[in-house]
Design a binder for this molecule. Sequence first.
Ligand SMILES: Nc1ncnc2c1ncn2[C@@H]1O[C@H](COP(=O)(O)OP(=O)(O)OP(=O)(O)O)[C@@H](O)[C@H]1O
Length: 345
Amino acid sequence: MTLHPSSSSPLTSAATDPATPQLLKVENLDVEFRTRSGTVKALEAVNFAIQPGETVGIVGESGSGKSVTAFTLMGVLDRAGKVTGGSALFQTDRVAVDLLKEPESSLRQLRGKELSMIFQNPRTALNPIRKVGKQITDVLRCHTDLSGAALRDRAIEMLASVRIPDPEKRYDAYPYELSGGLCQRIMIAIALACSPKLLIADEPTTGLDVTTQATVMNLIKDLATQQQMAAILITHDLALASEYCDRIVVMHAGHVVESAPTHSLFQAPRHPYTAKLIAATPEPHKAFADLIPITGNLPDLKATTIPPCRFSQRCDRYDPALCDQAPLVREHLSPDHQVACWKPL
Ligand SMILES: Nc1ncnc2c1ncn2[C@@H]1O[C@H](COP(=O)(O)OP(=O)(O)OP(=O)(O)O)[C@@H](O)[C@H]1O
């Protein structure tokens, strides 16, 4: 896969225009997990926004907080997790709602209809003992007026739209009868059945072979364009994000360290971590020996004192006099480029 930063994303045509109203605006989101061995400060002051029709990649190493961000927005955080601060304003058809404060009954109405999620492992996300066609009609029944044969017809249409061969026959299949790639397409059909405004795809190609990965990503890309849907692509694969996203949000240890249009991020990364991520990402013209691994580990997020800059102990530019200041500075370099660093590149 090539690093493919383009100023106009192939996934959507929406430009990052600061004047365009935001579909989702996440501000100062804090999430903690209570565990037996202490409180994990998983997210701190997470900020980002998405415009209608835009595709945003959230990237970062394992443990950086990508999935916790997605689960929080969907209201499906693990019981041990708690939102301790911030807001997530989502523009529904009628009004703007704060996803972090909505009651579960209202979130249930929004999920599947206005915002949907595709999970990492389709086999575990699908109900193993329910026919896949029925799993699509379940969503349609909740959120549309369709009934009877029209429900089945619409589900078969959705199976066809995600290019499942022989959709009428596959309507009656159980997940275990289908390959991983077909199961992921079923998940996409379920997620998009009600034409949501926002799709969150959490590592949607994990565990799929390279050809199927491309098929699934292109399918998401095509359907997003057709439905004029915004999407968040969560991935540790910067190359994948660069190929499909308008903008990239880089996370490290529960902080957003940089966010910028894909092109600017690759042309001139300003956070030292972003630069290291790019240097560690394989490209066809790069020899294996040219890849520079990122040294050091994420800080212990259970520690009583976590450094204000959670990257400081791995950073070549670390200056204790500057970088240990709290709170961490979060600077707008331009309306659409932010960096959280005292000594940006
Ligand atoms: N149920 C939980 N209990 C305690 N800590 C948790 C729980 N779920 C997540 N965390 C912690 O929250 C932090 C962020 O995890 P998260 O799964 O969001 O990372 P990620 O960037 O999505 O990683 P990956 O790419 O491996 O999925 C990590 O420190 C993780 O250990």
